[in-house]
Design a protein around this ligand. Structure first.
Ligand code: SF4
Ligand code: SF4
Ligand code: SF4
Ligand code: SF4
Length: 296
């Protein structure tokens, strides 16, 4: 039976004040759900539900929801909301509340953060297989633990800068995003929600490679497919480098140049749908959630 909740207007106001989000503006259009990669991949996280519960002031219930821990901070829900409701801001607030109120032990949170970072290794290795045209489906589950545990080993090779020749299009992508203005302050790296290991994904490293003209390596790298387009790197850059635009441009260029196969895009989308159920399952195991979301 579905639980019956009692709205709490005072708590609703408190959430609104702390997050500066007007939750009353949500008109349940579901645009956020249809853009959320975790919802698309696993049906396990609905930003609309979080917003509606916040609008009812159900703080205690929200903080105990398993799904807030699945959030990738990609901000696609916020970017797609026609009413500026910012579900991602609400989820971020709830995560901080769960930590502040010691809902889970430090050990559980440490295990969660370790797993969350290592999940990008899995995405990198899955992207690498997709780029090679390998059928990922039977491999995801069987390789899951090995991919999590083993660091990504990038063959950097010896790139001789004097021998590099980059195309006009590559220069065009760099110019469009003002990448040459980068002065390596690392602000983007420090703010990127998926940057945990430089070998796996690091926006500053990508921008540096572009500025050095290391074209082929970056266009062939699985890393460029990991970006979740949250735009945080762009928003924090004092040099006005549009990092998310550059990475999207590199993806499009790799497709245009035939560096990735035409079917890569569909294969990569399918792969996400295989990865996110395993991602949420692992988080459930760390926190001890059962299938109904209660703590075991
Ligand atoms: S920020 Fe979180 S809730 Fe919003 S779309 Fe991304 S994963 Fe989903
Ligand atoms: S997109 Fe905005 S208005 Fe639509 S359901 Fe989500 S939070 Fe509500
Ligand atoms: S924040 Fe901007 S200037 Fe700093 S490293 Fe990133 S792209 Fe370069
Ligand atoms: S848009 Fe920028 S901050 Fe966001 S995931 Fe991509 S590189 Fe990282």
């Amino acid at each position: 039976m579905t639980a019956c909740y009692t709205p709490n207007p005072a708590t609703k106001m408190m959430i609104q004040e702390k997050t500066r989000v007007n939750t009353s503006l949500c008109w349940s259009c579901s645009a956020c759900d249809s853009e959320c990669p975790v919802f698309i991949g696993s049906s396990c996280l609905r930003p609309q539900k979080v917003l509606r519960m916040a609008s009812l002031g159900l703080l205690e219930e929200l903080v105990g929801l398993p799904e807030i821990w699945y959030c990738l901070a990609c901000k696609r829900c916020t970017q797609s909301c026609p009413n500026d409701c910012e579900p991602e801001t609400i989820v971020g607030f709830l995560l901080k509340e769960a930590v502040r109120t010691h809902l889970y032990s430090d050990e559980t949170l440490a295990r969660y953060h370790e797993f969350y970072g290592r999940f990008q290794r899995v995405r990198w290795k899955a992207a690498e297989m997709c780029l090679k045209g390998e059928d990922i489906e039977p491999l995801v589950e069987s390789n899951w633990q090995a991919w999590l545990e083993n660091p990504v080993g990038i063959q950097n090779g010896d790139v001789s800068l004097s021998e590099l020749s980059h195309t006009k299009e590559f220069i065009g992508e760099a110019e469009r995003s003002a990448t040459a203005s980068c002065f390596n302050c690392s602000e983007c790296t420090n703010s990127c929600p998926i940057c945990f290991e430089r070998n796996v994904f690091d926006p500053q490293r990508i921008f540096r490679m572009v500025n050095l003209g290391i074209e082929e390596e970056i266009l062939r790298s699985p890393s460029i497919w990991l970006c979740i387009s949250c735009q945080t790197c762009t928003n924090v850059c004092s040099q006005l480098v549009s990092g998310h635009v550059l990475i999207r441009g590199l993806q499009e260029m790799a497709a245009r140049e035939g560096i990735v196969a035409p079917e890569f895009s569909d294969r990569w989308k399918k792969t996400q749908r295989l990865l996110y159920p395993l991602f949420t399952r692992e988080i459930d195991a760390i926190f001890g959630f059962d299938e109904k979301g209660r703590i075991l």
